[in-house]
Design a protein around this ligand. Structure first.
Ligand code: ATP
Length: 248
C-alpha cells in the first residue's frame, strides 16, 4: 500500500469571480519529490497555500501527513515547513529573533539549541544578530533555508525556491534540499518554472493549467509521451495546447 504525504480530493478555490483552483484531485507519495508546474496564474501558489492551511478551500478535501487539514490543521503545522523567495522575514527583527519566533510557532522543544545547530549548518554565525532586512540576497537565502529546515519537517513545500538566485547559489539550495531529503526521507512538493531543476530533483510532476491538473507523471515518462527531449519542451507543448499534436 502506498503511503501518501498529501491526498487532495476535488479541491476548489474561488476568489470572487476567479476560479483559481478548479476541482483538482491528486496524491503525493511519502518520501517523493513532486513538482507542481504551470504557467503564470495556473493556480500553483493558491494550491500550496491551501495545503499549508494559509487559505481555506471553497470546497474539497485535503489530507496532509494523514490528518484532515480542515479539522486538524494544528496537528499538521509543526510537521510541515515552507520556503519561498517571495515571503520576507520581518525586517527589523534580527535573524536570531526571527528564527526564535518560528521555533516557538513550530513548538520546537529546545529552540536555542536547534537555532545554534542550523546556524552552524548554514554558516549564519555572524548574521544571527543582524536585522533580517539588512542582508544580501545570498545571506537571505541561507537564512530562508535555516528557517525551512528548523523544525525538521516531514513535508517541505517550496514555491519557486531558486527564483532570482545566481546559478551557483541555486545549485547549493537544490543540493541542500536533496541532502536533507536523503537524510530524513522527507517529502518535497515544489512549484517551479525551472524545468532543469524539475528534471534534476523530481520523481513526479503535476501540471496545472487554468486551475486544473492537465497531466501528470514522472519527468522521463512525460518527455517520452510527448515525444520530446526535455521537460521544457513538454511544458511549452502543454502551455501552447500542442499536447495532442505532439502525442500522436
Ligand atoms: P505564478 O506562476 O504567476 O505565481 P500561480 O500558478 O502561482 O502563478 P496563483 O497565484 O495561484 O497562480 O493564481 C491563480 C489565479 O488566482 C490567478 O488568476 C490569480 O490572478 C488569482 N488570484 C490569486 N490570488 C488572488 C487573490 N488574493 N484574489 C483574487 N485573485 C487571486
Amino acid at each position: 500500500m502506498t503511503d501518501y504525504a498529501i491526498q487532495v480530493d476535488h479541491l476548489v478555490k474561488r476568489y470572487g469571480e476567479v476560479l483559481a483552483v478548479d476541482d483538482i484531485s491528486f496524491t503525493v507519495p511519502s518520501g517523493s519529490t513532486t513538482a507542481l508546474l504551470g504557467g503564470n496564474g495556473a493556480g500553483k501558489t493558491t494550491t500550496l497555500s491551501m495545503l499549508l492551511g494559509i487559505l481555506l478551500p471553497s470546497s474539497g478535501q485535503i489530507c496532509v501527513l494523514g490528518e484532515d487539514m480542515l479539522t486538524h490543521r494544528h496537528r499538521v503545522l509543526p510537521r510541515v515547513n515552507f520556503s519561498s523567495p517571495y515571503v520576507d522575514l520581518p525586517h527589523r527583527l534580527t535573524v536570531r529573533e526571527n528564527l526564535m519566533v518560528y521555533a516557538h510557532l513550530y513548538a520546537i522543544a529546545r529552540p536555542a539549541e536547534r537555532i545554534a545547530q542550523v546556524a552552524r549548518q548554514f554558516d549564519l554565525g555572524d548574521l544571527l544578530m543582524r536585522p533580517a532586512g539588512k542582508l544580501s540576497s545570498g545571506q537571505k537565502t541561507r537564512v530562508a533555508l535555516a528557517k525551512a529546515l528548523l523544525n525538521e519537517p516531514e513535508l517541505l513545500m517550496l514555491d519557486e525556491p531558486t527564483a532570482s538566485l545566481d546559478p551557483d547559489t541555486a545549485d547549493w539550495v537544490r543540493s541542500s534540499f536533496q541532502d536533507y531529503q536523503r537524510r530524513t526521507g522527507a517529502t518535497l512538493l515544489l512549484a517551479s518554472h525551472n524545468m532543469t531543476e524539475v528534471e534534476r530533483l523530481c520523481d513526479d510532476v503535476l501540471i496545472m493549467k487554468k486551475g486544473k491538473i492537465v497531466d501528470h507523471g514522472a519527468p522521463q515518462l512525460l518527455i517520452d509521451r510527448y515525444g520530446r527531449n526535455t521537460m521544457e519542451e513538454v511544458f511549452l507543448d502543454i502551455a501552447r495546447d500542442r499536447q495532442w499534436v505532439a502525442a500522436q
